[in-house]
Design a protein around this ligand. Structure first.
Ligand SMILES: [Zn+2]
Length: 570
């Protein structure tokens, strides 16, 4: 379902608080949030993007989120995430920074061609080359946005840009104008707004609006603001900038002090109507505002916040899982909304309270965020249809051919293993070839190791490269896993330093799969890889190949994220 069609539907009845989340979708059961039922909000009003209480959700998982160290995604993975975001109901997908690399440009183009519904945005600095790159990436998009930015704070002006205030204003205006020559929809970001003098910030924003920006973004680029100071900034701009009521004010907050979500909400309470955020809060350094936390705060505390989004909240958990899988960034167990423990009640007294009356200790229900449908076990006799349903519940939008491919691999695994858990299915999709598409340089052909007390551990590894050639090598190491890694390094010529190695059991039973997660350092950056297997040496080899493939497929060294770090982004 596209966001657009959702937006145009009439809302649910006033009594149904699902109004806040799934705009227009009536749900059978009454929401747990009914205890705070915001009866005075909503009514029979039509849900449109322009309504005063409608907050635009601008997802930047594929741009800011992908700038998390080691979180780079290949094209197939980015498309999968974009499709999941559309199903989730976000309004804008920032698909990349077109000028940062050819890979980014290609990914934005692919998303804009294949994912219909949301507006697709590309980030650009305020220069001709960047804006042209965004245009090349987006010219076929049915709904497109050029997002230009320039830093405004004294520290950026003096040390990064070495530009005077007047020059900053001129460049901002020129940037917005240039973008407007090609794009109807232009957003301007005053990078590091939170550390910019209020008067100067107001001046820049006013000039950007005059030049044609339809959205003005006020980023707290370094996560320095407090809710009260950030609210003050938005309030000041709302009061002093001419024309600000005709544009959308946007917030973009980083989490360096753990305040990204709190600051974003403070901005919304002052009238901001676009929130830039990412799934699982991934992003530069400590990350960005977490989309799921923002959306559920709006929904659960609609009594105070009185705004709504077009997000289908029951897609939050599947989308979170998908993003965690493709980026290799685990979600902490106690993470709000989507962590494994978010709805778990351990203490006996809580359980008792829960049984008597759910709301005693639960302000949201797991079903609201799509949690309840998780952890279903499939087996040998499960059919293609059941598998397909599971894939959708896990956040994947695959075509029939890809589903067939997953089904084949599922059958092979089911012969080896009695119970197939979600993690097993995810492994097939993410670590198998499904999302690989032009995304796998090396594959494991064969592996054998010898080790034991008093013998030198030796591994013999055979890999197949992208051209289908089989290459084999042998190496010794401190242990069987070390020996395997050395053999893979010899074959691929990619040398890395192992920074972290973890193995955990992902499912239960004697045939449980072990998940190996590794983090390595390569001269182009830090990479993470994961793999599942019933055999820990094989799992270790596959996790290592996962990172080797990520490194091998980097479009152009130095790593894209480093190139972007040099440019700086909001
Ligand atoms: Zn950012």
């Amino acid at each position: 379902m596209s966001t657009k069609s959702v937006d145009r539907q009439p809302s649910a009845s006033p009594a149904d608080v699902s109004f806040f989340g799934a705009s227009g979708t009536m749900r059978g059961s009454h929401s747990a949030a009914g205890t705070h039922s915001p009866t005075s909000v909503g009514g029979t009003q039509t849900v449109t993007e322009g309504a005063p209480d409608r907050v635009i959700i601008f997802d930047t998982t594929l741009r800011d989120g992908e700038q998390s160290p080691g979180a780079s995604m290949n094209l197939g993975q980015k498309l999968q995430v974009a499709k999941a975001l559309r199903e989730l109901g976000v309004d804008v997908i920032e698909a990349g920074f077109a000028a940062a690399s050819p890979g980014d440009l290609e990914a934005i183009r692919a998303v804009s061609r294949e994912v219909e519904g949301p507006i697709v945005a590309s980030l650009s600095r305020c220069n001709k080359g960047d804006i042209e790159a965004s245009w090349q990436a987006l010219k076929d998009a049915p709904r497109r946005r050029c997002h230009v930015f320039l830093a405004t704070s004294p520290i950026h002006r003096d040390f990064k840009l070495k530009l005077a205030k007047e020059e900053i204003i001129k460049r901002s205006v020129d940037g917005v104008r240039m973008a407007r020559e090609k794009f109807d929809d232009v957003e301007f970001s005053a990078e590091d707004s939170a550390r910019t003098e209020l008067e100067f910030l107001a001046e820049v924003v006013e000039k950007a609006i005059e030049a044609g920006a339809g959205t003005v973004n006020i980023p707290d680029t370094v996560g320095y603001a407090l809710p009260a100071t950030y609210a003050e900034t938005i309030r000041y701009l709302k009061k002093h900038v001419r024309g600000i009521d005709k544009v959308v004010v946007s917030v973009h907050c980083h989490n360096d002090l753990g305040l990204a979500v709190a600051n974003s909400l403070a901005g919304v309470m002052e009238g901001a109507r676009q929130v830039e955020c990412t799934i699982n809060g991934i992003g530069e350094r400590a990350g960005n505002a977490s989309l799921e936390e923002i959306v559920m705060a709006f929904r659960t505390r609609g009594d105070v916040l009185r705004v709504r989004t077009g997000v289908q909240t029951e897609r939050l958990y599947p989308t979170s899982r998908l993003v965690s899988q493709v980026t290799g960034l685990h979600v902490q167990r106690n993470k709000a909304i989507v962590g494994q423990n978010a709805f778990a009640h351990e203490a006996g007294i809580h359980q008792h309270g829960m049984l008597t009356h759910r709301e005693t200790y639960e302000i949201m229900r797991p079903e609201e965020v799509g949690f309840a449908k998780s952890q279903l076990v499939l087996g040998k006799h499960s059919g293609r249809h059941a598998l397909k349903e599971r894939l959708v519940a896990l956040g994947y939008q695959l075509d029939d051919k890809a589903v067939d491919q997953v089904f084949q691999e599922f059958k092979v695994l089911a012969d080896k293993k009695k119970d197939i858990y979600d993690a097993d299915i995810e492994a097939i999709v993410v670590h198998g070839q499904i999302l690989g598409q032009n995304g796998r340089a090396w594959e494991l052909e064969a592996l054998s190791t010898t080790s034991g007390t008093g013998t030198l551990p030796v591994a013999s590894v055979a890999l197949r490269n992208a051209e289908g050639e089989k290459l084999r090598d042998v190496a010794a190491g401190d242990g069987p896993v070390d020996a395997v890694y050395r053999a893979i390094e010899k074959i691929t010529g990619i040398g890395v330093k192992l920074r972290d190695y973890q193995i955990v059991s992902v499912s239960t039973g004697e045939d449980a799969q072990g998940e190996v997660s590794i983090e390595v350092e390569h001269k182009t950056g830090v990479y993470r890889g994961r793999a599942l297997s019933t055999d820990i040496v094989e799992g270790s080899a596959r996790a290592f190949l996962d990172v080797v493939n990520r490194i091998a497929l980097k479009v152009s060294p130095p790593a894209e994220s480093e190139a972007r770090a040099e440019m700086g982004t909001p």
